[in-house]
Write a protein that binds this ligand. Structure first.
Ligand code: NOJ
Length: 759
């Protein structure tokens, strides 16, 4: 019986194609729509619900196992065609096996779409996304996503749960490592680059995968940076800060969107019709599908928004959550809800149409095993070309914070170098926390990277543990005593060294999902170690490894050279060593402000002026803190280089423009040093008076450019109505007349400025 029906799908599709030729329907999409409808017509209510059901693989979880999630049941449902997708199944052989169950044993044989968290790579890892964002290099970011999809698609995966496009201003939130930082404009450009990298130009190619912009929406605004917390933000922040990167991803053609665990202004976003139906599928015309986050439909019960699973299924499906990730809610409740007339069958059909559309686009109906080629798997995983790309990305992600007395680059010969810190000799931490498929101990450590430079005498001492206790992907930190047994040895070696390189910061597992922190200082006893070493040798290069902005105020005051090296993925050690030795001139700029202390958080460059921005009368009644400067330690857009750049001649081609005019701006940037370098030239605007108050600065353009030693380059930007407007509180984009300022420079705070008027 099932074989007969499966062949009837194929015949129908064939007739569909023939009809298409007969009726001269030529566009590929129309042909897909026809096929989708043909399949839909064959489906029972249960099979439709089945397409909306995603199960996790049986041997791996990325969250708590929801009630009713047994392996036997999953097998049975696969056979019945009650599963539309699996996540975290990987390997050409394994995916083939699971695909075979639905294709050969279920009634209609509709192939599964196989999802996976390919966040910054599959096996060969790029830097964590926040680090990549620090490169401001859209081409490199796109290439990094391409490597990720080349490897993932070779192990049977055809859909990644990335990019994460959540804007966040709160480094206490552990997931800032997964995003592009605090700015909606930079975040939008990076979202586009990543979507294009993952999906390529042709989704049906064997080396591309569907992308998923997540978490829709406002997850990055969890109160107090506490994971999964309430989000309560105003309309202006929602439309101007949170939504733009999602819109950019949709405009770039992202095929799926993941909703989220958080509520927004009292409504769990998984059950938000406003976000999913009105904005995403309505205003933005998104025709892909929405996946819930892991059991986020169930979690509406904990939020107190749904009284039971039946109500959760009703709310989420009507609100536009098309697929239930591992929650078992749709599969248990939805068919009955339709039969009872509570949920219209058209809701199911809309969801299934979206899901089938993406499956057709991926070419899964043509060949469900197309991503299951073991020979390709062997060739792609860890391919040397991938290592080259991730090394390039890693170098570009490094940000130089300080370099007094030109301590860097290090001299290549005759130096005694002390390398200190547990992270310097760690081959797992640099992989970050989102690296399910990558093996422990596979990153090049900083120690290994530095050992490749033979001219100096390098001595390594651990000094102290990074963090206290043990931690793995799924387990919490077990607090016990840090190992300080080599503390004194570190001080001895440092005393006799010409230069001390200290690699300190957070372990890869200290950031990411479920890793919120209230303290932004160096964890454990690392600060103590840093200060003890400083007492005996001031020539310290501090190399930071971290997945979030840290409050390193003491280090900034005392340590002459500071290099932000995040968690840079598989090639970490080589990238760091090449920067320290000057074989690569750093050009990264911060995508997120670094606070002076945790009390300043949330801190961000595009803040509002307030009614009392400055101290006019020498009294206390102005917007500031009485115990610490109100500026960040390192602002958004900041980053040094071994070159020096001087900005001059900021010009604009008029002083008065009409809405709709192009406004051309140019600036000269001179490399005044004797080394070739790269600079990210940044353009910000300020709309001085608005019907909705505008931030003191908003990034509206940037260009990463190479400038040779002694060379001057003219960099040009064009502003227009797409960049000069903003969203009002009804979510409508408007451009208002009035006075504007333009700022151009190498950081959000060090800029030249000009004015113009918009009439
Ligand atoms: C929960 C996370 O929030 C989401 O980002 C991820 O894609 C899913 N788990 C699946 O692992």
């Amino acid at each position: 019986m099932k074989k007969i029906i499966f062949s009837s799908i194929l015949i129908l599709l064939f007739i569909g194609c023939n009809n298409k030729t007969n009726t001269k329907v030529s566009s590929k999409n129309e042909s897909i729509e026809y096929k989708v409808d043909s399949v839909l017509k064959l489906m029972t209510i249960e099979e439709k619900v089945g397409q909306m059901n995603q199960y996790n693989g049986f041997w791996d979880v990325t969250g708590p196992i929801p009630e009713g999630g047994s392996a036997e049941k999953k097998y049975e449902h696969l056979r019945k065609g009650w599963v539309g997708s699996m996540l975290s199944v990987r390997g050409a052989k394994e995916v083939r096996a699971v695909q075979k169950i639905v294709v050969e044993e279920s009634r209609l044989g509709i192939p599964l779409i196989i999802g996976f968290d390919v966040i910054h790579g599959y096996k060969t890892l790029s830097p964590i996304p926040l680090a990549e964002a620090a490169s401001w290099d859209l081409e490199a970011i796109k290439n990094s996503a391409k490597v990720a999809s080349a490897e993932a698609s070779a192990v049977g995966i055809n859909w990644t749960f990335g990019p994460m496009v959540d804007v966040s201003r709160d480094p206490r939130w552990g997931r800032v490592m997964e995003g592009s930082g605090e700015d909606p404009f930079l975040g939008s450009r990076i979202a586009e680059a990543r979507v294009r990298g993952f999906q390529g130009d042709d989704l049906s190619a064997t080396n591309t995968i569907a992308a998923c912009a997540k978490h829709f929406a406002a997850y990055g605004f969890a109160e107090a940076g506490k994971e999964y917390n309430t989000v309560d933000i105003g309309t202006s922040t929602l439309h101007n800060v949170v939504l733009p990167p999602f819109k950019a991803a949709v405009d770039a053609g992202v095929r799926t969107i993941m909703n989220s665990f958080n509520e927004l202004n009292g409504v769990p976003v998984t059950g938000s019709s406003f976000l999913q139906r009105d904005i995403l599928k309505g205003k933005w015309n998104f025709d892909g599908f929405v996946i819930s986050d892991w059991a986020s439909i169930n979690e509406m019960m904990n939020w107190g928004h749904a009284k039971d699973k039946r109500e959760a299924a009703r709310i989420a499906s009507i609100a536009g959550s098309d697929m239930d990730m591992e929650g078992n809610v749709y599969i248990e409740e939805l068919a009955q809800l339709v039969k009872d007339g509570v949920v219209k069958e058209s809701i199911l059909e809309d969801a299934v149409r979206r899901i089938l559309r993406v499956k057709f686009e991926l070419g899964l109906f043509d060949n469900p095993y197309k991503y299951c080629d073991e020979a390709r798997e062997k060739e792609m995983i860890g391919n040397p070309k991938h290592h080259k790309t991730v090394l390039d990305m890693a170098k570009k992600s490094i940000v130089l914070f300080k370099n007094e007395n030109q301590l860097l680059p290090l001299k290549r010969k005759g130096q005694k170098i002390a390398l200190i810190g547990a992270l310097a000799n760690d081959k797992t931490s640099p992989l970050g926390s989102w690296r399910i498929a990558s093996d422990d101990e596979t990153a090049v450590s900083v120690l290994e990277g530095m050992q490749a430079y033979k001219g100096n005498k390098l001595t390594y001492v651990k000094g102290a543990d990074v963090f206290i206790g043990k931690q793995s992907f799924l387990k919490e930190v077990i607090v016990n005593k840090a190992d300080k047994s080599t503390f004194n040895k570190a001080i001895r070696v440092a005393r006799n060294a010409d230069v001390v390189v200290m690699v300190l910061g957070e372990h890869g597992f200290q950031t990411g999902e479920g890793r919120s922190r209230t303290n932004l200082q160096l964890p454990g006893v690392q600060q103590e170690l840093l200060e003890a070493v400083y007492k005996v040798n001031k020539n310290i290069v501090l190399v930071l490894n971290n997945g979030r902005p840290l409050a390193i105020t003491w280090a900034d005051k005392h340590i002459p050279a500071i290099v932000e090296a995040w968690q840079l993925g598989t090639q970490t050690g080589n990238a760091v060593a090449q920067v320290l030795y000057g074989d690569y001139n750093p050009s990264g700029k911060l995508p997120m402000s670094f606070p002076r202390n945790v009390g300043q958080v949330p801190i961000y460059y595009n803040y509002k002026n307030t009614g009392r921005p400055i101290d006019k009368d020498g009294n206390v009644f102005w917007s500031h803190y009485s115990d610490v400067d109100k500026t960040p330690l390192y602002p958004f857009g900041f980053g040094l280089s071994y070159s020096n750049f001087e900005y001059s001649d900021l010009k604009i081609d008029g002083t008065s423009f009409k809405i709709g005019d192009d406004i051309n701006v140019s600036v000269n940037v001179k490399n005044t040093s004797s080394v070739d370098g790269k600079e990210v030239v940044q353009l910000y605007i300020r709309d001085l008076v608005g019907s909705i108050t505008r931030p003191v600065r908003e990034l509206k353009g940037f260009e990463l450019t190479k400038i040779k030693a002694g060379e001057t380059k003219t960099i040009s930007f064009t502003l227009n109505k797409e960049t000069l407007g903003f969203y009002n509180n009804n979510g409508n984009y408007i451009v208002e007349t009035g006075d504007f300022k333009i700022f151009v420079g190498g950081s959000s705070t060090k800029t030249l400025e000009v004015n113009f008027e918009l009439k």
